[in-house]
Design a protein around this ligand. Sequence first.
Ligand SMILES: [Zn+2]
Length: 464
Amino acid sequence: MSLAIVNTYILTCKGGAPPITNGAVGIEENNIVFVGKNSEIDPNGYERIIDGSGHVTMPGLVDAHIHTGLSLLRGAAQDVPEIEWMNKALGPFARHMNDEDHLASSKLAVLEGMRAGTTTFAEFSRDVEHLIDEVYVPFKARVAAAETINEIVGRKEELYELEPSKKSLKKNERLFKKYQGDMVEPFYGPQALDMVTQETLRRIKERAGVHHRKIQMHVAQGGRERKQVETRYGTSTVKKLDELGLLKENLVAAHCHGAVAEERKMMAEKGVKMVGCPSSIGMIDGVVPPIKSFLDHGGKAALGTDQTPGNGAHNLFREMRTISLLTKCEEKDPTVLPAWDALNLATKGGSEVLGLNHKIGTLEEGKKADLITVDLKKLNMTPTVTKPFKNFIPNLVYSSTGSEVDNVVINGKLVMENGEFVDIDEEALKKEVEQRAQNVFKRAEEDWLEADAHMVKYLKEGHI
Ligand SMILES: [Zn+2]
């Protein structure tokens, strides 16, 4: 199919070039074949024309760290102490979810992300192959998929018992053979330094090096990990990863807020990429992801939404605003992380972090056609002025909610048109998720009350 979006504002996200007013984008098959002035495109050469007046056309957003399988538990674990979040608040519900609940959750999260303009998802999950085949491929979304490798065999408070698992490594490596097309980019997915043996990490490092593969891993994500790593290795996560030779350009490190300044500098200098999840980490840990300091050291960084309970949503427009706002507050400086830098984190920056910048992340001729249109005529985006500057750049970050996205194109295919998914039954999915959530919450009620996290106190006080 060929498709042109005409009469539109264009944000290429290439950097160094101002936004285009009265522009057009041409797509043939999977690729962008024209980006430029409206007057220079021949609309007769395209089968479909979308009138983009009053809209910005920009690259589809890149969610560089997401676990989609828990979205059925939206609202289940927030406003609780960090130490309670995983085991007492989330755990009692998560334990009562079955495989179908996880699958429905994943569909909900991906659909929610697409609706808010996300076209690439860096999924981090156990049995990720199942999600690729059942969710990402049928939904036509682009995925950078990491299979979770977790080698904990006994969860003792002072030190987890770990055992190398050839089985999960094999499962991870099967992805590289199976998915060699354009839409799925497999990653190695060792969960974290406290959850995987150093034998397995060494093996991953060697194989990833030989076969030019990438690794995504949670790095320095807080107190529990720090305690485990210190007890086991007598050093910090970043120093141990350096000793193991993992701090390289092919490592995508999620979170990193537990790393001290000099460690972040070392990681950035060695070419490690960073993903920050501002809403999730802000909500669960009360911490601002150190994206600014990573960028200041010349590093590449991106944004992720992590998981629903915690974050609350899978919406990168929210993440752009949140990281900008939190960083300004933390630095006590309203000039830091301006709107264009936040936009870069969710587009070009995201594609660079995932090593997909040769395909996506900017609107350029020859790249894959992953793009969205954003309606500037909504109340919260009104007015739009273009002289002396284009106010839609700050408005995209500070005024948008993500619900202004009305057309989504992935790999040249129109997956959402005028706010409606082209061939996904959104209503049926919502109905299924509602039903499943009622059942899970019911099954978990007793365990949840017994775990007695802060949420139980809030219930007793009549707040929720
Ligand atoms: Zn994560």
